[in-house]
Design a protein around this ligand. Structure first.
Ligand SMILES: *Cc1c(COP(=O)(O)O)cnc(C)c1O
Length: 434
């Protein structure tokens, strides 16, 4: 499987190169150059197959020549000590819980897998520095994923503010391989610093630097695994076609779904579930994309005006605009409808949804009103309801139990250094760790 840039058709790189480069040197984002039909590898799997077995079987085929079956199983084992969970509600709806990872958010899937792959792909005779910018609990997800991974040092850049949930025993100064650094600035300043560093070939060479940012294909591709997994779990019970309803912020999860479809999962459509920030609805219906002002909602991860995966999505539409228009159905759900969906699922099925999953559930229902319910929709639950405990509890009038691992995310901690956003100061802060 080869990758190319959205902005250039000339260079092809392997998955390993795409991951370690992070971004293509010629600009744009990495996308799959051609997609394999994977049906023969997953159609025989059934509801007995575990997530680790699925990943161990699929990844060496996807990454032929880069990951042999034995290594693929080791990587899958090192990445995932959690798995998705499918709950069927009725004939027409299932919920795919993607919140069983260490931080209770589906982003744990991509982060856990890229960390295990970097450990496998990086040179074994020197240390590799993995740079990431973090906000919310993403830093914890990254620190957990890279903890004890051999020959890697994970440098996590935080914007100003308090840092939560890291395990200090994993820090470099305590013999671990994690370096949290606070940058005097915003999240964008952290990202700018990473972009600047990645362009500094001397720095990259000196510290063997790579990134684990959200737009790295190393985080995107493993998200296809949970679509395959949902398919093998529901296929026996399917009457009619299969759809997925995906809460969309930067559209990474939707793109992973589209890749899963291209691999051969028999999907008949994706509901692109957005909140009031639905600037993309125009794009899906064939008009040009014009970013709008950001609106604050109760599903904050979807409050995105300019999705970072825009170019990737556009590349699907450039290839086959009509097919795509029959494949992706945008829906926009306001806060009131989001709360109503949370209440409906609680009353009818006794299941708590976080507001993002509720947007997806409401969008699936709204879409079915137009098209009729002749299919089964798998709704992606991207966050644990306890992550939004106050809102869920206020909406449902029920207390929300907080699992201990999620409660620990609230514990405050100190970064290794606080520095202004400059390469030189960053280098002096980390140099002694190499
Ligand atoms: C990040 C996030 C999303 C959006 O995912 P994208 O891949 O960026 O579209 C949805 N729900 C939750 C809870 C998230 O944290």
């Amino acid at each position: 499987m080869l990758f190319r840039s959205t902005q250039s058709n000339t260079t092809r790189v392997s998955y390993k190169e795409a991951i370690l480069n992070g971004l293509p040197p010629e600009g744009g984002l990495y996308v799959l150059d051609s997609v394999m039909d994977m049906r023969q590898f997953f159609l025989y799997m059934d509801s007995e197959t575990t997530f680790q077995e699925l990943v161990s079987a699929i990844s060496p085929v996807l990454l032929q020549g880069e990951l042999n079956p034995l290594t693929a199983a080791v990587v899958a084992g090192n990445a995932f000590d959690f798995e998705p969970e499918l709950q069927q509600l009725d004939e027409h709806y299932s919920i795919l819980n993607l919140y069983n990872g260490p931080t209770g958010v589906f982003k744990d899937f991509g982060i856990a897998y890229i960390a295990a792959l970097v450990e496998e792909f990086a040179p074994h005779d020197k240390k590799t520095m993995v740079l990431s910018a973090a906000r919310g609990d993403t830093g914890v997800s990254i620190a957990r994923a890279f903890d004890k991974k051999k020959n890697t040092i994970s440098v996590i850049l935080y914007p100003s503010g308090t840092i939560h949930g890291l395990d200090e025993a994993a820090f470099v100064e305590h013999g671990g391989n994690i370096i949290p650094i606070q940058i005097d600035g915003t999240f964008d300043d952290c990202q700018r610093l990473i972009t600047e560093i990645m362009k500094d070939r001397d720095f990259v060479g000196r510290y063997n630097t790579t990134t684990a940012n959200a737009i790295n294909v190393g985080r995107l591709l493993p998200q296809t695994f949970y679509y395959l997994y949902a398919f093998i779990k529901v296929k026996k019970r399917l009457s009619g076609d299969l759809r997925f309803s995906v809460p969309c912020g930067n559209f990474g999860s939707l793109i992973a779904g589209l890749y899963a479809w291209k691999f051969g999962v028999p999907v008949s459509g994706f509901v692109a579930a957005m909140n009031a920030n639905n600037a993309f609805a125009n794009f899906f219906s064939g008009k040009t994309f014009t970013p709008k002002q950001r609106i604050a909602t109760i599903s904050p991860a979807l409050d995105v005006c300019f999705p970072s995966n825009y170019e990737r999505l556009a590349s699907f539409y450039d290839e086959a605009p009509l097919v795509m228009r029959n494949m992706v159905f945008p829906q926009s759900i306001d806060d009131e409808a989001t709360r109503n969906a949370m209440k409906e699922v609680w009353m009818k099925y006794n299941i708590m949804l976080d507001p993002h999953a509720a947007v997806a559930f409401a969008a699936a229902k709204k879409s079915a009103e137009i098209k009729g319910e002749e299919y089964h929709t798998v709704v992606l639950a991207t966050a644990h309801p306890a992550k939004y405990a106050a809102l869920v509890s206020e909406t449902l009038g029920e207390t929300v139990a907080i699992p201990e691992k999620l409660a620990l995310l609230k514990k405050e901690c100190e970064p290794t250094a606080c520095i202004p956003p400059h390469i030189d100061t960053l280098e002096s802060a980390i140099a002694s760790c190499f």
